[in-house]
Each structure stands twice: as C-alpha cells, then as structure tokens.
Design a protein around this ligand. Sequence first.
Ligand SMILES: *[C@@H]1O[C@H](CO)[C@@H](O)[C@H](O)[C@H]1NC(C)=O
Ligand SMILES: *[C@@H]1O[C@H](CO)[C@@H](O)[C@H](O)[C@H]1NC(C)=O
Ligand SMILES: *[C@@H]1O[C@H](CO)[C@@H](O)[C@H](O)[C@H]1NC(C)=O
Ligand SMILES: *[C@@H]1O[C@H](CO)[C@@H](O)[C@H](O)[C@H]1NC(C)=O
Ligand SMILES: *[C@@H]1O[C@H](CO)[C@@H](O)[C@H](O)[C@H]1NC(C)=O
Ligand SMILES: *[C@@H]1O[C@H](CO)[C@@H](O)[C@H](O)[C@H]1NC(C)=O
Length: 374
Amino acid sequence: MLRALFVHDLLFALLLTTPIYAATLQASVEKIVADYGLSTSTSLPFPSATQSSADCQKLMVANWSLGKGAIQDNPANLAFVADPFPNDPPPFSGNQNLSGPVLQAVYPKGSYSYQTGGSQWYNLWNATAGSKFQTMMVSYEVAFDTNFDWVKGGKLPGLRGSTKSNLAGCSSGKEKELNGTDCFSTRLMWRKNGVGEVYASIPTSNGLCSKEGISCSKASSTSIQRGSFGFTSGRWNRITLLVRLNDPPNVANGNIQLYYNDLKAIDQQGLQIRTNAQVFANGFYFSYDPASFLFSLVTHDVNNRTFFGGADKTWETPQTAHTYYRNIRMWGSSTASNLTGNTVNAAGRNAALGPTTSTLAGLALAGIAAALCI
Ligand SMILES: *[C@@H]1O[C@H](CO)[C@@H](O)[C@H](O)[C@H]1NC(C)=O
Ligand SMILES: *[C@@H]1O[C@H](CO)[C@@H](O)[C@H](O)[C@H]1NC(C)=O
Ligand SMILES: *[C@@H]1O[C@H](CO)[C@@H](O)[C@H](O)[C@H]1NC(C)=O
Ligand SMILES: *[C@@H]1O[C@H](CO)[C@@H](O)[C@H](O)[C@H]1NC(C)=O
Ligand SMILES: *[C@@H]1O[C@H](CO)[C@@H](O)[C@H](O)[C@H]1NC(C)=O
Ligand SMILES: *[C@@H]1O[C@H](CO)[C@@H](O)[C@H](O)[C@H]1NC(C)=O
C-alpha cells in the first residue's frame, strides 16, 4: 500500500510538472474511428421526452434491435428520465447535443444479482445486410447517483459477439460460453470504491491468467486491468471500448482498448477472443447486475488458483440506487486485428488456465490524469 501510494504521488507530481502528458494520451472517439477505419456506425435512438417504464420498453423493443426481441430480466427497472446531472458532462464533449432524457436503471434496495435486481438485454447490430464485424467500438456515457454506494462491484455494458445472432449473451460461465467457439463478451465492471476494469468472457489461452493486470476465476470471466481507471459518482463518465478480434482464430493477436473520458486506460494485446472464424462482433451488451453471483472475496483453491465465491448477500445494494446511460454509439469494420500474436498452444480455456494473479493494478497514469480532469 505504501508503495502504491508512493507511486501514485510520484505520478501525480510528474503529471503536475508535465501537463502535456495528459494531452498526449487523449484520443477522441473521432480519432479512434479514423485510426482504425471504422467506416460503419449506428446509435441507439433516445426519445425526446421522458418515458415511463412501459413506454421505454416499447421504444426499446421497437427501435433498439434487441436480441430475442426482448429485455431479458426486470424490464420494469428501466425508464427514460430527465438528466440528473445536466451540468456535469464528461470532459471533451465537443459540440455534441447531450440534452434530452437518459436511460435510468434502478437497483432496488437489497438486490444483488440480475435475479434480484438489475436487467440484461443485448442489441443486434445487423442493420447492414451481411455485416461481419471483426472490429467494433462502443461509446456511451454512464452516471451513478451522487454518493453511489459501490458495495463490492457491479456490471456495466460492453460488447458481445457470436456465430449466430440469436445466441444468448455469453456470460454464464459455462465452458462453451468461455472457449471462443460460439461467442464472446466484453463488458465492464466497477469494483469497490468505483475502481474500473474490462470483464471479458473470452478464452484464457497462452497463459493469459498469469499476465500482469489479469485476474482469472475458475468458471467465470476474466478481469482485465482492474484499477486502470475509476468511475466518479454524481456526474457523467464517458466509456469507449474498442474490440479487435484475433485473426486467424488460432493466433492470439486480439486487442481490447478502453478509454475513460477519452484517455486511454487499457490496451490489452495478445488475446484470443474467438477460436472460431465464424464468431463476429454483433453489438451492444447491456447488463447492470448490481453485483454478481460469481464472486465475493478472492480466495485460492488447492492449486492456488484465484477464484471468487458464490451468490452472496454481502453484494447487496443497501438502498435503492440508480445508474444512467446515454449517447450510446457504435462503430464497426470488417477488418480484424492486424497485430502480431503467438499461435495458441492449447486451444480452449481449461487447458490454458494457468496460475493467476490477483494483484490490484495500481492506478495507471491515464486514470490519474482522468481524475485530475474532473
Ligand atoms: C494495422 O492497422 C492499423 C489500423 O488500421 C494501421 O494503421 C496499420 O498501418 C496496420 N499495420 C499493418 C502492419 O498493416
Ligand atoms: C420508434 O422510432 C420511431 C422513429 O423515431 C418513432 O416514431 C416511434 O414512435 C418509435 N417507437 C416507439 C414504440 O417508441
Ligand atoms: C438537443 O436534443 C434534445 C433532445 O433530443 C432536443 O430537444 C433539442 O432541441 C436539441 N438541441 C439542439 C440545439 O439541437
Ligand atoms: C437482426 O437480427 C435479428 C435476428 O436474426 C432479427 O430478429 C432483427 O430483426 C434484426 N434486426 C435488424 C435491425 O435487422
Ligand atoms: C468449447 O466447448 C464446447 C462445449 O463443451 C465444445 O463442443 C467445443 O469443442 C469447445 N471448443 C474448444 C475450442 O475447446
Ligand atoms: C498462492 O498465491 C498467492 C497469490 O498469488 C501467493 O501470495 C501465495 O504465496 C501462494 N501460496 C502458495 C502456497 O503457493
């Protein structure tokens, strides 16, 4: 801890004396779109006036191209409400029109998983006939109630992909939803104190679990660079997530990048996101379980693998809480990652599950820079 504080202070001092560094790291959505040739785009249409949950559900079903044509869990927890933080947009918002209603998700008091609160649905971005997206980016803004109680963690939206567009979300922790044959998902999570990470349901090939900043659990998804950025409650936070699928499927050259308030926080390379060339990126994956049935305190099994405990009320929301979403935009390209990567020595997740690291990555410079901007 002392060491972390020291590094933090050092970076802080460095940042104050070299303010240009933050500017170097800044990458607007437009710049990323240009850099990766993401020529196709879409956005989820919001209403111009607030809407009750019933109308909100109708609009989403009619206009958001939902997988299975429905909101999977607790649709009554969603509504379009007035912006709770109209004067606190993320930095670098440019001339975007960010007024208008926002999507509100309610976490009823005492909820702790999608079974007791939260909601899940996914969008199928297949409007362009025959689109086979191998690179996809989503950008959205998320806000949490002022003084939001982070408890131990919760899920946030990201992207998903699969072979057939009607497959489920790829989040169950089942072997076939983690080995890259049928699907993948890359959502986000907040943890204690609003610390952020990418939470990926992907294979853990080539010793991914022993790489720095990676935390694996036995039958669930992989935490990528926890602590590389952090969420702030009581204002808007912009999230931009870029996923470049590995190509060919037996080479781990996939790439996940995360930008927090337009500052690059994560650039994870060497990933095998799919093991099947027929898996493509399909669209936005919304899940907002206040916490998860998957984990509690980090423990170690007999092989000293890190894993997290089961369904557990210690994750429950102490009072009714809300998160808010708006400006949900996506970009795509049929081009996969062109990075170099190692051929996968043993396909599949279990064969490749090695020793794990559970260390909390210190706040990365990008995260600190982001914190300074707000
Ligand atoms: C890889 O793709 C990036 C982004 O599209 C491009 O800038 C770069 O030149 C490509 N590199 C190679 C080796 O093709
Ligand atoms: C879907 O979008 C169209 C076009 O903006 C709008 O006229 C219609 O009311 C929307 N449907 C619902 C159910 O809100
Ligand atoms: C911004 O968007 C809102 C909601 O859609 C709309 O009512 C308003 O007229 C827009 N403002 C401008 C300046 O375009
Ligand atoms: C996307 O594909 C699904 C499943 O094939 C279909 O139900 C839906 O209507 C499609 N959406 C669009 C916008 O084409
Ligand atoms: C993934 O799991 C499914 C179901 O267990 C299996 O059929 C498939 O062969 C596995 N794929 C890999 C790459 O291990
Ligand atoms: C188990 O792993 C933890 C964290 O990686 C490490 O601190 C501990 O020494 C390991 N214990 C054994 C018995 O190997």
